[in-house]
Design a protein around this ligand. Structure first.
Ligand code: THU
Length: 224
């Protein structure tokens, strides 16, 4: 598993096991705006919760994740010290021929919206398929993730790095529109690609991601 750490060079990945027995990989996903970075355990736990599963234990391959102990406590996970052999991995990939509006509608059932009751679903086209993402809310609001970022984190953990377009659906929004933080994350991975926004009334609109974030934060000096 390869993390995305162009700013720190600090490789970080883990495997969270869910109650179902499935394993959810997570890798560190940095962002040029450092506070938007996703830790490996945050990615793995959100992936697990977004599959209707409950995290029960975690194995970490390398360095400490940010707030690692906080996550372990919050979900009463056990830290496993032996690497799982041939883990049965969760597969977040849908076939490219999937009916996208129908899949987005179906995906909203996997969202975890304990505070907002505002479901958001995303499908990230990685060429070989579509990666599912749903929004995840936790007791600590700032530890949750938007649907777009769950899809990106799952894609990277699964080894995909070519992102072609992203479909986003927010049935309760008047006009579905990604938040500023997601725009910054999308701009990091796919600035010239398209975001397809599926609105609550069944219409859709397509937007170039760089146009969604005019004058977004960037700097050539931050990469290691
Ligand atoms: N949300 C997303 O999933 N994506 C966005 O781009 C905007 C916001 C989620 C996060 C939270 O679970 C809920 O919508 C309300 O903020």
């Amino acid at each position: 598993m390869k993390s995305y750490t162009p700013y720190s060079g600090r490789d970080e990945s883990c495997l969270v096991q869910g109650e179902s027995g499935l394993y959810y990989p997570g890798v560190r996903v940095e962002n040029i705006s450092f506070p938007l970075s996703i830790s490996a355990i945050q990615a793995a736990v959100c992936s697990c919760l977004g599959n209707g599963d409950q995290p029960i234990n975690v194995y970490k391959f390398n360095s400490e994740s940010e707030l690692f102990d906080q996550w372990v406590r919050e979900f009463e996970m056990e830290i496993v010290t032996e690497e799982p052999q041939n883990p049965n991995l969760f597969n977040p990939v849908r076939d490219s021929s999937t009916d996208i509006p129908a899949a987005l509608r179906e995906l909203t059932e996997k969202t975890v919206t304990i505070h907002s009751d505002f479901p958001v679903a995303a499908l990230l086209d990685v060429g070989e398929g579509l990666i599912e993402g749903v929004n995840i809310e936790t007791n600590i609001w700032s530890l949750g993730l938007c649907a777009e970022r769950v899809a990106i984190a799952r894609a990277l953990a699964a080894g995909f790095t070519e992102f072609k377009s992203i479909h986003i659906y927010a049935p309760k929004g008047d006009f579905c529109s990604p938040c500023g933080a997601c725009r910054q994350v999308l701009a990091e991975f796919m600035p010239t690609r398209t975001a397809v926004l599926h609105h609550g009334d069944g219409t859709l609109s397509k937007h170039n991601i760089s146009q969604l974030l005019p004058l977004g934060f960037t700097s050539g000096t931050l990469k290691k």
